[in-house]
Design a protein around this ligand. Structure first.
Ligand code: NI
Length: 185
C-alpha cells in the first residue's frame, strides 16, 4: 500500500522517534508499505516519521545513486534498518545536493562525513553492523536524521537557511507541486 508522505510543518517530522520492539503491530507490513511508497515516489530512502509513525525505522535503496556501473555494493544497497545507531562517522566532509520527499521541490547542498559505521536490526530483527561510505553513507545519514526530528534543510549554512526560510514556510502551507499523496497534519 502506498502511504501519504508527511510534509515539513507536520509535528511528527520534528519528534524524536521511539525505539521499536518486535511486537510493534504490523511492523513487517509497515516496512513493506514503506518500500512500496519509496519506489512509487522515486525516493532512495524513507523514514517511518515521514509516513506518520514516530518509530526508529527507515528503508533505503541506493541503486539509483550508483555513479559507477561496477559498484555492485551501491547497486544492491537495499536495507530496512530498525533501531539504528550510528556508532561513528569518519572520512572527509563532503557536500552533496540533497532532497527529501517531505520537503518537495527543494534541493540544497548538505555537508556530511563521507563514512559511517552503523548498527541496526534488520527486518528479521537480526543485529547487523555495516561500514558505509559514499552515497550509501549519505542516504543512511539523511534517513537517520529523520528519526531525531532533523530535516536536511536544518543543515544548510546559516546564510542559505535565511534565504530559503520563506520557501519552506510556503511548502508547510501547502504551496508546492507534487505527484504523490501527501499529508499536511
Ligand atoms: Ni528525507
Amino acid at each position: 500500500m502506498v502511504l501519504p508522505i508527511s510534509i515539513i510543518g507536520t509535528a511528527v517530522l520534528r519528534k524524536k522517534a521511539e525505539p521499536v520492539t518486535k511486537d510493534y503491530p504490523e511492523l513487517a507490513k509497515l516496512i513493506d508499505d514503506m518500500f512500496e511508497t519509496m519506489y512509487k515516489t522515486d525516493g532512495v530512502g524513507l523514514a517511518a516519521p515521514q509516513v506518520g509513525h514516530s518509530i526508529r525505522v527507515f528503508v533505503v535503496d541506493a541503486a539509483p545513486m550508483t555513479d559507477d556501473e561496477n559498484d555492485t555494493f551501491t547497486k544492491s544497497f537495499k536495507r530496512a534498518m530498525i533501531n539504528p545507531e550510528i556508532i561513528e562517522t569518519f572520512g572527509s566532509n563532503v557536500s552533496y545536493n540533497e532532497g527529501c520527499l517531505s520537503v518537495p521541490g527543494m534541493h540544497e547542498n548538505v555537508v556530511r562525513p563521507d563514512g559511517v559505521k552503523i548498527r541496526y536490526y534488520d527486518a528479521d530483527f537480526e543485529l547487523r553492523e555495516e561500514t558505509l561510505t559514499g552515497n550509501c553513507a549519505r542516504v543512511v545519514q539523511h534517513e537517520y536524521d529523520h528519526l531525531d526530528g532533523i530535516l536536511f534543510t536544518d543543515k544548510v549554512g546559516v546564510l542559505r537557511r535565511k534565504m530559503i526560510r520563506n520557501k519552506l514556510a510556503n511548502i508547510s502551507k501547502g504551496k508546492f507541486e507534487h505527484n504523490y499523496k501527501v499529508k499536511m497534519a
